[in-house]
Ligand binder design. Structure first.
Ligand SMILES: O=P(O)(O)OC[C@@H](O)[C@@H](O)c1c[nH]c2ccccc12
Length: 271
């Protein structure tokens, strides 16, 4: 990691905790539900492909949702989510591997394990269809190499979402062999969100890579904006979880999956 760019204290604390966390026991082997098939199915059905995120709380949330994550998961799928993301980080996001296991048993869409994986043995915690690797956190001393982790994850059957924030990180991700790339609109140095990040980084992502816009997407207009800038799918947490007001998760999801975009196949009727 480039030490000249400080990261927010909350993020440093997350990373320190992640370094301490050990892995699981037995090597995980998963038969994954295909993420790209789930996106295609959503689009064919007229829904914008959204990965809805179960995030009980976060360093930037005001409040915590204590509803059963399995209920939330069902409501998200009912609201049209193509896939789900479940935080498994326990110390800062209220997540757990057990929550992911319960959610994955309850739904039939692909489930992404959202965590801060720095070492291969941290892959052996729970079965998931997709795991996240964050480029920025895998450039520091004492973490495994991105390309090695990508291979280790695929050997276990996982699909891998590689998270970036800059054009340079996209280049690193592509060089390591990533085929699903996320651009995080949240800057981990300041924890501030700017949807312009996706717009400026997306053109550097090669054709053929599945491209996901992450963070800060609040409204149907934001969804349209990200799809116009090239997003194949959106990763949305806070606007669906609505930590302070605890509104209807199904309705929140539907509002975003129903957004008007070219990502969905429109059928014309000849009348
Ligand atoms: O709640 P938001 O702004 O819709 O963001 C969701 C997701 O992108 C965000 O939770 C996230 C993106 N990358 C991460 C890495 C770890 C933990 C969380 C994240």
């Amino acid at each position: 990691m480039d030490d000249s760019e400080e990261i927010a204290p909350a993020v440093q604390s997350i990373l320190d905790a992640a370094r301490e966390r050990g892995g699981g026991g037995d090597r995980v082997s998963v038969s994954p539900r295909s993420l790209s098939d789930a996106f295609d199915a959503a689009a064919a059905d007229g829904r914008t492909p959204v990965i809805a995120e179960i995030k009980p709380t976060s360093p930037t949330a005001n409040g915590e949702r204590t509803d059963d994550p399995v209920d939330l998961a069902r409501q998200m799928v009912e609201g049209g989510a193509a896939a789900l993301s479940v935080l498994t980080e326990p110390d800062h996001f209220g997540g757990s591997a057990r929550t992911l296991e319960r959610v994955r048993d309850a739904v039939d869409v692909p489930v992404l394990r959202k965590d801060f994986i720095l070492h291969e043995d941290q892959l052996d915690v729970v079965e998931a269809d997709v795991i996240l690797l964050i480029v920025r956190f895998l450039e520091a001393e004492g973490t495994d190499d991105l390309a090695d982790l990508l291979t280790a994850a695929r050997e276990r059957g996982f699909q891998v979402l590689v998270e970036t924030h800059t054009a340079a990180e996209v280049e690193t991700a592509v060089g390591a062999g990533a085929d699903i790339i996320g651009v995080n609109n949240r800057d981990l140095a300041e924890l501030e969100v700017d949807l312009g990040t996706f717009e400026s980084v997306a053109p550097d992502v090669p054709e053929g890579v599945t491209l996901i816009a992450e963070s800060g997407i609040q409204t149907a207009d934001d969804v349209t904006r990200m799809c116009d800038a090239g997003a194949d799918a959106l990763l949305i947490g806070s606007a669906i979880m609505d930590h302070d007001a605890a509104t209807d998760v199904e309705a929140n999801t539907r509002r975003l999956t129903d957004a008007d975009t070219d990502a969905v196949e429109t059928t014309t009727t000849d009348t």
